[in-house]
Ligand binder design. Structure first.
Ligand code: FES
Length: 114
């Protein structure tokens, strides 16, 4: 097989890295870091892997110290909502990093929505 043929195959064959969901952390338009999605890990755990710090306190969904804003993707909410969230904040995209577990590709602004 020629070198050109190998290059052509590589171009049309995505690697695992190209298709694996990614958790990205931003501050406004600035990308702070990203890491591959791992099922079951929280946003705070993903942030740690990405070299991004999300402040925490209670780590149980109560205090709101870890509140971030979901920009893209899915981070399911517990029912009932934990004390650190309310319906208005959720409508604005708020999620709690200590208990929020993404389900795939997500973009997270590390700041709270308000
Ligand atoms: S650290 Fe308190 S709600 Fe997440």
């Amino acid at each position: 097989m020629s070198a050109n043929a190998v290059e052509a195959i590589l171009e049309i064959s995505p690697t695992n890295d190209d298709t694996r969901p990614v958790v990205r952390f931003l501050q406004g338009p600035h990308l702070l870091g990203q890491t591959p999605f791992v099922a079951g890990k929280t946003l705070v755990e993903h942030a740690f892997e990405a070299g991004v710090e999300i402040p925490t306190n209670c780590t149980s969904g109560t205090c709101g110290a870890c509140m971030v804003t979901l920009m893209l993707g899915e981070v399911p909410l517990p029912d009932p909502l934990p004390p650190g969230l309310d319906d208005f904040l959720v409508e604005e995209g708020a999620r709690l990093g200590c208990i929020g577990r993404p389900t795939g590709d997500v973009d997270i602004d590390i700041r709270p929505p308000l």
